[in-house]
Ligand binder design. Structure first.
Ligand code: DGY
Length: 324
């Protein structure tokens, strides 16, 4: 007797993933990979939703409500990444799709990168490297590229979720820093000494380094604007590894040009991969190309987490990381 043919769900992956994860996915699902690795446009994303049982998008895919108009075949969106403000979750739910993300697995990598930016800003590491590589270094001297001391200073964290807490631990236990933070919910049971302040402005006023770890979009859109930048100390630095739209980039340029703050370290931008020229030409900013979770280990863990959610969904179990 011939066994019943098992039909594997059809899955579209919008960008290339680490080989180990693609291989695992291909072994278990009927997968269509994006061979060019170019971001899908609106039409390609819509076709994916119409033709596949599941779509696995990431931060470069804008999945707005318009993409769910009319009939779609897809029942599952497994986002590769923890942030999901590029997906209209309410519209996806209305269209009958379950959406998941990848929390937890990128916490340390992202906090490490926030710390990298903090240290690079404080110690003028980008400026120094540019000087050396361009052949302009004339040798050691007591007044050369003096930056800002980090140990013992105050870090202000906006958004005390997993990544905010991991950053707090690095700052406090690694660099003896005081930690103050803002979160829209009361946070208790922390494993690092830290003081929750009642509003964002108080954190900005107290901190020598402000590090953003809140979600993007919604009420956090342009959270850091002209007024909030003017709450910061003139000697303070702004670090953003969260989402570009949390910071009004034009306001940031104005604050830097007027020397109202000392500098910024940015890994995310409002119109990625476009970066405003007026930011790129400045020495007092460190700019990285959205590298927060970019370690081999982390990207593999993120992909495996998507697969875990996908398998749970198609075997009729509740996926562990449903977002709503
Ligand atoms: C995340 O996980 O949110 C990263 O920024 C990549 O999207």
């Amino acid at each position: 007797m011939r066994g019943a043919r098992i039909v594997k769900p059809t899955v579209v992956v919008t960008r290339r993933w680490p080989t180990e994860v693609e291989d695992r996915l291909a072994a278990e699902f009927n997968v269509r990979f994006n061979e060019t690795d170019q971001p899908y446009d609106r039409r390609e994303l819509r076709s994916a939703l119409e033709e596949a049982d599941a779509v696995l998008p990431t931060v470069t895919d804008r999945i707005g409500a318009d993409l769910f108009e009319g009939e779609v075949r897809a029942k599952f969106l497994g986002n590769f990444g923890v942030g999901f403000n590029h997906i209209d979750i309410a519209a996806a739910a209305k269209a009958g799709l379950t959406v998941t993300n990848t929390p937890g697995v990128l916490t340390d990598a992202t906090a490490d990168l926030a710390m990298t930016l903090l240290l690079m800003c404080a110690r003028r590491a980008g400026e120094g490297e540019r000087e050396l590589r361009s052949g302009k270094w004339t040798g050691w001297r007591p007044t050369h590229l003096c930056g800002t001391h980090v140990t013992g200073k105050t870090v202000g964290i906006i958004g005390m979720g997993r990544i905010g807490q991991a950053m707090a631990r690095r700052c406090h236990f690694g660099f003896g820093m005081d930690v103050v933070f803002y979160d829209s919910h009361p946070i208790t049971g922390l494993d690092v000494p830290a003081r929750q302040l009642p509003n964002v402005d108080d954190v900005l006023a107290a901190a020598d380094f402000v590090s953003l770890h809140c979600p993007g979009g919604g009420e956090n859109y342009h959270l850091i604007d002209d007024r909030r930048l003017s709450c910061m100390k003139w000697s303070a630095f702004l670090i953003n590894t969260a989402r570009g739209d949390v910071v009004d980039e034009h306001a940031l340029v104005r604050a830097l040009e007027a020397r109202r703050i000392a500098g910024a370290g940015l890994d995310v931008f409002e119109g990625e991969p476009r970066v405003p020229g007026r930011l790129a030409e400045r020495q007092d900013v460190v700019l990285l190309p959205h590298l927060g979770s970019a370690t081999q280990e982390t990207r593999i863990a993120m992909g495996m987490r998507v697969i875990e959610n996908l398998k749970a969904f198609f075997s009729g179990r509740e996926p562990p990381d449903v977002v709503s």
